[in-house]
Design a binder for this molecule. Structure first.
Ligand SMILES: *[C@@H]1O[C@H](CO)[C@@H](O)[C@H](O)[C@H]1NC(C)=O
Length: 386
């Protein structure tokens, strides 16, 4: 056996890390683990997670216990056979380069507990230690902090500084073991410089997942776009101008529609009065939200539906139903903008909301649109460079 062959074999046996290209653009895929409880075609477990396109998968959510330590919020989901941390981590067998991240927080956890946890140096250190222990015990590659949101929803004005101090503490704890730290942030621009001290955050964070959707609130009195491109461009600029290196910013894309009930079916443009929050989808069962496969169902079934393209996204209406959503074409425009701005990649909320099993075509249309848009962008750059 010659030396080069032997060296190659030793290299191959030495683990996969060396072969995983960290310089590639990120495709960050969130999974809402409660989707294991959905029925029929809505049911989503770890076997449905796409491990070819996603570079990072994010298990959502765990929370805080009474001691302000990290804890499971649903032991059946997190430790059961349907989903669970163990099955999630085992996805690395399908793709050894896949990064498995755990998200803590989310909308339902609220803000106050996080405000209290982050309030003192002692409680920050204690939490950071509990995160380190939790990650290594369950074998996650990193933590994503989804505090929704510092300084509001019951938080304090000091939350902004406390949040930055908290992230620094977590980073110091995690980095000796190479564990990653990311955050998910709101598009609310009143939080910039207040809840989000960008320059301080930028020093310690690996990436910032920009939740670039819900620009219109579910309790809005008039219709509006959930993820309009002009507003997204502004939000991206604010983070970069605020001091975040563009490569650390990941643009989020929604795989869901927000919907409303129109006051008057004949008044159906943007800014039309609404009678209330949208009716829940058959499978997702949540007011004001439809998964992309539920949107596709409507588009297929309702013959007199009107679809309009507006500001880099779409809205549609029929009778008194009004919805705002992205499709493959608008995803492509958003990806192009993100890459033009030299961002670090694209995020999708969430895997279980895309047409993951391909009821209306190939599986994962939106995730595939992200991937193919990135590939096209990169190959046209190479062509232009020649
Ligand atoms: C995951 O869902 C599929 C159906 O889509 C089902 O066949 C399989 O048994 C589920 N896995 C677990 C572990 O429940």
């Amino acid at each position: 056996m010659n030396f080069i062959l032997l060296a190659g074999i030793l290299y191959a046996l030495s683990g996969v890390d060396a072969q995983c290209d960290d310089k590639d653009l990120e495709i960050v895929c969130y999974w809402g683990s409660w989707s294991i409880y959905r029925k029929d075609i809505g049911h989503f477990n770890t076997s449905h997670i796409n491990t070819d396109i996603c570079t990072t998968v994010v298990y959502s959510f765990v929370g805080l216990d009474i001691n302000m330590d990290i804890t499971s919020l649903d032991t059946n989901a997190d430790f059961g056979s349907n989903g669970g941390f163990a099955n999630f981590i085992n996805l690395k067998e399908k793709n050894p380069c896949l990064k498995t991240v755990l998200a803590i927080g989310g909308w339902n956890e609220g803000s106050i507990k996080y405000s209290v946890m982050a309030a003192t140096d002692e409680s920050r250190k204690k939490f950071a230690q509990s995160v380190l222990q939790f990650l290594v015990y369950y074998k996650f590659d990193g933590i994503d902090i989804d505090w929704e949101y510092p300084t509001i929803r019951g938080g304090l004005s000091q939350d902004g500084d406390n949040f930055a101090a908290l992230l620094k503490e977590i980073k110091n704890k995690l980095s000796p073991w190479g564990l990653k730290l990311s955050i998910a942030v709101s598009i609310d621009d009143t939080l910039i410089g207040v809840g989000y001290k960008i320059r301080d955050i930028a020093k310690v964070i690996d990436s910032v997942n920009l939740m670039a959707y819900d620009y219109i609130s579910s309790d809005s009195k008039v219709t509006g776009l959930s993820a309009p491109l002009s507003d997204i461009k502004t939000t991206i600029s604010k983070w970069i101008d605020g001091g975040l290196p563009s490569k650390k910013l990941i643009l989020g894309i929604p795989a869901y529609a927000k919907n409303f009930v129109l006051d008057d079916p004949n008044n159906n443009g943007i800014g039309a009065p609404v009678a209330g929050i949208g009716r829940p989808g058959l499978f997702t069962q949540e007011d004001g939200l439809l998964s992309y496969y539920e949107v596709l169902d409507i588009l297929n079934v309702i013959s007199d539906i009107h679809v309009e393209f507006s500001d880099g996204t779409n809205y549609a209406y029929y009778d008194d139903e009004w919805l705002t959503y992205d499709n493959e074409a608008t995803v492509k425009t958003k990806v192009k903008h993100a890459l033009d701005q030299n961002l670090g990649g694209i995020m999708m909320w969430a895997l279980e909301l895309d047409d993951f099993s391909g009821i209306y075509g190939d599986p994962y249309p939106l995730l595939n649109a992200i991937k193919s848009s990135i590939d096209e962008y990169q190959s046209s750059k190479i062509r232009n460079a020649k």
